[in-house]
Design a protein around this ligand. Structure first.
Ligand code: DAH
Length: 348
């Protein structure tokens, strides 16, 4: 009969041979082999059962051999598992190698919304003329939106600018003009004249249709200093409108009325499509009404703590949607707000 030592050394050499032959792709095979040798019902355990028949002197001697065999096997299995893992990683790396010379996948490029583009273009022009760009509040007080713009509580011109009230005194601003008052009262005129524009969203209680929206965008402009005249207003607007609609454009001022300017004007630009001959864009008049403007009302200056005997200013307000609709032939204002890519993507 084989001795325990013989069984052990046969088990070790057989197991090492099997480990050599194992398919390195199959973790399962290694695990099965490990269980069949080292597991609770494995061959090593089986051999150990024979220990109980040994004499007391032989037991520690054989026991030492058993421990050595177990160590050898444990180490061999650990090493095999490590080799397998290294092999697997090496194969995976080889399979996944990247060809850096392949052309990249094109990334679809987006673009700023057409109203953002319009506003940025206008901002750039004014920045170039030394204006600052000021942010206002969309939630505004009645005080700044109306009172400070020379529209006291019962002024009939308030009717044209009905809006969404949060309380009796707090509302969604109906125009960007309140930024005039907020900027004027803070300006330090010892540092020079005030020159600012303020783009932003405004609200009116209006029924939405192709040309009206309860929410739209304006750009307010304001210059206050010593000796500012109507000629400055005209020159500034002519320059900006030529940049927006072409260098051959002419402008014309027509008398108008706004409570916060005196005198007030409506500004027309000569038609960029027909050059003034008359066409469908200018409704056969040769002129396109583009914005409201005027000389800042002395009362508005005084309410912001500015001495109207020393200082004067001009202001204007233009509608961003109107500008974009004219320039790009957009005929429905609702297109701006739908978030439909078929609309947006046309303005790359
Ligand atoms: N705030 C006016 C509106 O919403 C537009 C406007 C007109 C602004 C004349 C101005 C201005 O600054 O001078 O209808």
């Amino acid at each position: 009969m084989e001795t325990i030592e013989e069984k052990l050394s046969k088990l070790v050499s057989d197991t090492l041979a099997s480990l050599n032959d194992i398919n390195s792709d199959l973790d399962r095979e290694l695990e099965d082999l490990r269980v069949s040798v080292m597991g609770k019902k494995g061959s090593l355990t089986e051999i150990l059962k024979g220990m109980k028949d040994l004499s007391a002197e032989m037991r520690p001697v054989v026991g030492k051999h058993v421990n050595e065999a177990r160590d050898v096997l444990t180490q061999a299995f650990d090493q095999a598992a490590k080799d397998m893992e290294a092999d697997r990683i090496a194969k995976q790396l080889a399979a996944e190698s990247i060809d850096v010379t392949l052309p990249g996948r094109p990334v679809k490029r987006g673009q700023a919304h057409i109203l953002t583009q319009t506003s940025q273009e206008i901002e750039d022009i004014f920045l170039g003329m030394g204006y600052q760009i000021v942010d206002g509040f969309e939630v505004e007080s009645d005080h700044y939106n109306f009172e400070r713009m020379n529209l006291p509580k019962d002024h009939p011109a308030r009717d044209m600018q009905d809006t969404f009230y949060i309380t009796e005194e707090v509302l969604l601003r109906t125009h960007t003009s309140p930024v005039q008052a907020r900027t004027m009262e803070k300006h330090d005129f010892s540092q020079g004249p005030l020159k600012m524009i303020s783009p932003g969203r405004v609200y009116r209680r209006d029924t939405d249709d192709a040309t009206h929206s309860h929410q739209f965008h304006q750009i307010e402009g304001l210059v206050v200093g010593q000796g500012i005249s109507m000629a400055d207003l005209k020159g500034t607007l002519e320059l900006i409108l030529q940049k927006m609609f072409g260098k051959d454009r002419k402008i014309r001022l027509r008398p108008s009325y706004f409570p916060f300017t005196e005198p007030s004007v409506e500004v027309d630009v000569s038609c960029f499509k027909c050059g003034g001959q008359g066409c469908n864009v200018c409704k056969q008049t040769g002129w396109i009404e583009i914005l409201g403007a005027g000389m800042v009302h002395p009362q508005v200056l005084e309410m912001s703590g500015i001495d109207s005997s020393q200082y004067s200013g001009f202001a204007f307000g233009l509608g961003q949607e109107r500008i974009a609709m004219l320039r790009y032939g957009i005929n429905d204002i609702r297109g701006f707000y739908l978030g439909d890519q078929r609309f947006s993507e046309q303005f790359k």
